[in-house]
Design a protein around this ligand. Sequence first.
Ligand SMILES: Nc1nc2c(ncn2[C@@H]2O[C@H](COP(=O)(O)OP(=O)(O)OP(=O)(O)O)[C@@H](O)[C@H]2O)c(=O)[nH]1
Ligand SMILES: [Mg+2]
Length: 357
Amino acid sequence: MHIVIGLGNTGSQIVKLAASSQKLSDTKFYAVDSVTSSIDMKTLTNVTPLPIVSDENTGSGRVRERGAEMMKMHLGTTEFTTLIRECDASSLPVIVISSSAGGTGSGAIVPLCKQLLKDVPNITLIPIIVVPAMDDPIAYHMNTTDLFTELGEVGITSYVVFRNKSRTSNYTEINQEVVTAIEILQGKWYEGTTVDSIDDSDRKNLFGTPGRLIGVKAEAANAGYLKRMITEKVINGNQPWVDPGNNFGMLAFSLKSAFAKDDIDTVFDDVRTRCIGRLDEYKDIVASDTQTMIATCVISGLPNVPMKDVDLDQFHVASGMSDGLTKSKRPSFMNRNNTVSSKNPVSKFNGIDVRNN
Ligand SMILES: Nc1nc2c(ncn2[C@@H]2O[C@H](COP(=O)(O)OP(=O)(O)OP(=O)(O)O)[C@@H](O)[C@H]2O)c(=O)[nH]1
Ligand SMILES: [Mg+2]
């Protein structure tokens, strides 16, 4: 049994979508959030919601420390002990998913990963992190930088990053691509034939290379078009492409088509060119008389995505209402000597008797 754990709203939404994937029917899903009402338990029998709540407030207010504390408070409970035991018994890899911009998921994922790495020594733990669009608010990016730093500190070496698109709250496409990446990482698109196939040990090597992983899939009617599509997904997709430079890394290609053996070199030609000098390459070639050709590609050992450089010195904190103001000076003839005061309780103002009666 495979284990996939979604944290926070993003993680829970993706887990909810993944639970409906045929390919992931042998996966047990967990949804860890401060609010789990969005998970409809009646329809999703393979999702276990694990609410993490510390007080009457729901959510974290985008405060990662709060998310982390909520997680730590729950780690010793029966539910989490069971989850950790299941990860121990599971086949590789264990996938954890969260956004980096909020507080609950991006805070909670760190103590969870730390515990899993401690309690399950041979675990292959792969976080999938959804980072904010470059023009999202600064707080999102500060949370992102802090999350990556902390995940590195607890010992995460292999990970996947998706970047949300600018100015849209429609996450359908990106969430679906995350689900596809989970299927690929779990080896569900490899069929294992006598020609050339990718097995558990190959995947273990792939995930053992430190660095970022990219996992994409494309389908098309002919090899030329499939090549264009898979290349586009790699270098211009929702998992940002960064030139691997001299990083060690590996490639895993799969192709299912009538003439897969002949087509595979054509389809991955451009991707290979961009990954010159990779340490190793695995192929899963399936000759099958299908209408559409299906290609998947995993690249390991990539550098992380660029972080947004946040320079807080250029901002200042607004203070009181008088911030930056000096009192105005009036010419002497405007002196307000006609006001009603306790010393002069009876007065005329602009000819009107303002005596109190
Ligand atoms: N790809 C994707 N991004 C999402 C989704 N929901 C929210 N986001 C983005 O995720 C970020 C906010 O993270 P959430 O996952 O909502 O935060 P959280 O972990 O629940 O933490 P809180 O701040 O405590 O609510 C923002 O950048 C949103 O644009 C989703 O379903 N899919
Ligand atoms: Mg939330």
